[in-house]
Design a protein around this ligand. Structure first.
Ligand code: HEC
Ligand code: HEC
Length: 347
């Protein structure tokens, strides 16, 4: 649709041209819900303020986010529970291994009964900063995303989300946990909200790059600084921007060298919009912790970061990939990694 295209372009312009006077820092105080609610309005407002306040195309990850600790706790239990699959074998955490970058380190994922999926599992870390979820962005929010794996026949295998809600209701432990958290037994909304709230809490602040952005000149070495310079000058930053260095735009893969991508079967945004011009358009992936999330691209076809960067230079920038520039860029990308913080669950 026209407005989606306009939004994509505006996204770049808006982020780059937002030069606003310094105002109050965003309020990041987590707040406990007073009454059961399946929304986190504070988080939405926080994201809006964060984007408005930014004067740079790329921003550090905030030290904390406004989430509700009680809901985060329930969400974590659900995320790690194999009971969320039909035969009690697969948890969200089976394909999103939090200690290994939040993905599963495989080209494509394996779900219930060892069934093979078709897409590479993206990281769930910092996913609350993305404008949409999935490679084709078909889920507008983390709440909307949660249903998909549960009812996917090659992932968790339920026919409907209600089947899982009924299963949780029949289990005394889960009934009590939902009652404690929301004051009511398991519902589809409660389940979606708890999973989403947990993932919003999964952030990785304090990387060396973020320390550099915040003024610590010694946080990067000379090669890493050259890489950051190249990232900006070559124009990687036109697509990989925002807090996640990605997750803010939909862009075509193989912009200048479609032939490099010809064998790629998955049509991306086209599946959502059915517009010819959206063929091979994907959500620009965030590059946070990218050194820990190999293999790369939506089909997991590229095993190393060096190869992924070389393809980007050729296909998205239209320059010959030179080994020195690749090395500098890879060195820079490695500075985007930082340990996981589960906001709301800190001791
Ligand atoms: C069998 C493996 C598997 C399981 C189980 C699984 N996922 Fe995923 N997840 C994937 C794959 C593959 C994708 C990418 C699919 C796509 O883009 O079409 C994905 C995408 C996502 C995304 C989107 C991230 C982004 O940046 O676009 C989120 C969030 C997510 N999963 C959370 C969950 C949650 C919550 C659960 C449990 C309810 C779960 N996943 C269960 C494999 C899995
Ligand atoms: C025109 C937009 C655009 C530009 C410019 C661009 N990228 Fe990308 N980048 C993408 C898209 C879209 C993908 C996802 C492609 C896919 O999965 O098929 C991607 C994927 C990646 C990946 C793989 C991430 C993952 O998790 O699979 C890396 C690494 C990357 N880009 C780095 C770079 C670097 C470094 C540059 C500059 C040399 C750059 N990109 C320039 C749009 C862009």
């Amino acid at each position: 649709m026209w407005w989606e295209k306009a939004f994509n372009r505006l996204g770049i312009i808006a982020l780059i041209s937002l030069v606003l006077a310094a105002c109050n820092a965003p309020d990041m105080t987590p707040s406990e819900p007073t009454a059961p609610t399946y929304e986190n309005e504070a988080y939405t407002q926080f994201l809006i303020r964060l984007t408005r306040l930014s004067t740079e195309a790329v921003q550090p990850i905030p030290e904390t986010v406004p989430v509700q600790p009680k809901v985060v706790k329930l969400g974590k239990e659900l995320f790690f529970s194999p009971q969320l699959s039909r035969n009690d074998t697969i948890a969200c955490a089976s394909c999103h291994i939090l200690s290994q970058g939040g993905d599963d380190n495989r080209p494509v994922s394996f779900g219930i009964h060892g069934r093979k999926g078709e897409m590479n599992s993206p990281t769930v870390l910092n996913s609350g900063f993305n404008i949409a979820q999935f490679w084709d962005g078909r889920a507008p929010t983390l709440e909307a995303q949660a249903e998909d794996p549960i009812t996917n026949p090659v992932e968790m295998g339920f026919d409907t989300l209600q089947q899982l809600v009924d299963k949780l209701n029949a289990d005394a432990h889960w009934r009590q946990r939902f009652l404690d958290t929301f004051g009511e037994p398991p519902t589809a909304d409660g389940l979606r909200f708890a999973l989403a709230e947990y993932q919003r809490a999964l952030i990785t602040p304090g990387s060396r790059f973020d320390r550099y952005l915040m003024g610590d000149q010694d946080a990067l070495n000379d090669q890493e600084k050259r890489g950051w310079h190249a990232f900006q000058h070559l124009g990687c930053i036109n697509c990989h921007q925002g807090i996640n260095l990605g997750g803010t735009l939909f862009q075509k893969i193989g912009l200048y060298k479609p032939t490099l991508m010809e064998e790629k079967r998955w049509l991306g945004r086209f599946n959502v919009t059915q517009h010819i011009e959206d063929k091979f358009v994907f959500k620009v992936p965030g590059l946070r912790n990218v050194a820990d999330t190999a293999p790369y691209f939506h089909d997991g076809s590229i095993p190393t970061l060096e190869q992924a960067v070389a393809i980007m230079i050729e296909a998205q920038i239209d320059l010959p990939p030179q080994p020195e520039i690749i090395d500098d860029l890879v060195a820079f990308l490695k500075t985007l990694s930082a340990p996981l913080k589960e906001v709301g669950l800190e001791p």
